[in-house]
Design a protein around this ligand. Structure first.
Ligand SMILES: *Cc1c(COP(=O)(O)O)cnc(C)c1O
Length: 374
């Protein structure tokens, strides 16, 4: 990866080659079909480029949260199967159906709305989602028999095609996940007894797919792993054979030599304890750099590791680089691939009391994404 181009303050470099390689590696490791989850602008990586790279790496399907995200991909020419699973009350699915978007169904209302979008020659593809303990959406156990029977009826009369059956796990513990899996397999059996057999069964996201082989079933819905990040506190990307896809970096915009006792940034929560050099890094909390990571978040400049000095502001923060020969225009890497010397997104997550998922997915629209292919 070369340095920042002239005139670029900050950017997220997205290595689509790494993304494709991650999908291929996970597919090999898990021996089942992969649905690459590209919701929330692909966890901040850019939905269209990430979807295309995932398909190139062997993803059989794509998953998003809502229909608008699915339509964005279709309009960009992505023709893989796309599942959307969270819908506003009263959503009309005509446009989704016209674009062949598959709908996750969590209630009788959604089932009827999906069927209403069918045309005489084209049933609407759905995946029935059963609640198995997470307490979010999914068909409630009390409604399961009625909704499943109605889905089977709508399939028989050609309005729906029940492509899949799915649920979602809590990752609270392996025992909790096994209990949810058992409930799920009962729902699958009940659906089969009503005539809905041999569907794509999927329940695992990245963590369960890796750690609980019995959850792999016909397909796994992988998000964080596709982006090369680990869902586990005790295992790194490299431990899992994955490469982080996003590198977040900025060009040092100002350098100032200051005496001991200089206050730094709002509130002077940091003061220099010696004569030193302050470097201004032009990316801030409006761009998704957590203010919570003030005085903590790591930054690598010129191969040396520093951290944020003082508060992260909206557009910038300061790094105390001591006597290091840092110059205006130098590359400051906030996070990327630790195997190449960058801090990990996990270090920013620790500094901000959150998880790597939130660090990457909150990188804002003012940060241009630049695609590279390694
Ligand atoms: C976000 C999401 C996933 C992907 O989870 P990861 O932990 O990122 O792999 C899978 N399924 C559903 C329903 C999700 O909302």
């Amino acid at each position: 990866m070369s340095g920042l181009a002239d005139g670029v303050l900050r950017e997220a470099v997205i290595d689509t080659g790494a993304l494709s390689a991650n999908v291929a590696a996970l597919r090999r490791m898990l021996s089942t079909d992969v649905m690459a989850v590209v919701k929330a602008d692909a966890y901040g990586h850019g939905a269209v480029r990430s979807a295309a790279a995932a398909v190139a790496g062997g993803a059989a399907r794509l998953g998003v949260t809502d229909v608008a995200e699915a339509l964005q991909l279709r309009r960009a020419g992505i023709d893989a199967p796309i599942l959307a699973w969270l819908h506003a009350p009263g959503t009309v699915f005509d446009e989704a159906a016209a674009h062949g978007i598959e709908l996750g169904i969590s209630s009788m209302d959604q089932l009827q709305a999906a069927a209403a979008a069918a045309s005489p020659d084209r049933p609407v593809a759905v995946h029935l989602k059963y609640e198995t303990g997470l307490g979010r959406n999914g068909i409630a156990p009390a409604d399961a028999a009625a909704v499943t029977a109605e889905a089977a009826r709508l399939e028989r009369i050609g309005r729906l095609r029940v492509v899949g059956i799915f649920s979602h796990l809590s990752n609270a513990s392996h025992d909790d996940d096994r209990t949810a899996l058992a409930r799920f397999l009962q729902a699958v059996d009940a659906a089969a007894a009503m005539g809905l057999t041999a569907r794509v069964r999927h329940i695992a996201a990245t963590a369960a797919a890796i750690d609980l082989p019995e959850t792999r079933l016909d397909c796994v819905r992988l998000g964080i792993g596709v982006y090369g990040l680990s869902p586990f506190a005790d295992r790194s990307s490299a431990d899992l054979g994955l490469r982080p896809v996003m590198t977040l970096r900025a060009a040092v915009a100002a350098v100032r030599r200051v005496p001991a006792g200089q206050g730094v940034s709002y509130g002077y929560t940091y003061r220099t304890d010696r004569e030193t050099t302050l470097a201004l890094v032009p990316i801030g909390y409006a761009d998704g750099v957590p203010r919570q990571a003030s005085n903590a978040g790591p930054v690598v400049i010129g191969g040396r590791r520093f951290h944020v000095a003082g508060r992260v502001a909206m557009d910038q923060f300061i790094v105390d680089v001591g006597d290091a020969p840092v110059a205006v225009g130098d590359e400051a890497v906030l996070f990327g691939d630790p195997a190449r010397g960058a801090p990990g997104a996990e270090e920013w997550a620790a500094a901000a009391s959150t998880i790597n998922y939130e660090i990457v997915s909150r990188i804002g629209p003012r940060v241009p994404r630049r695609t590279v292919t390694s």
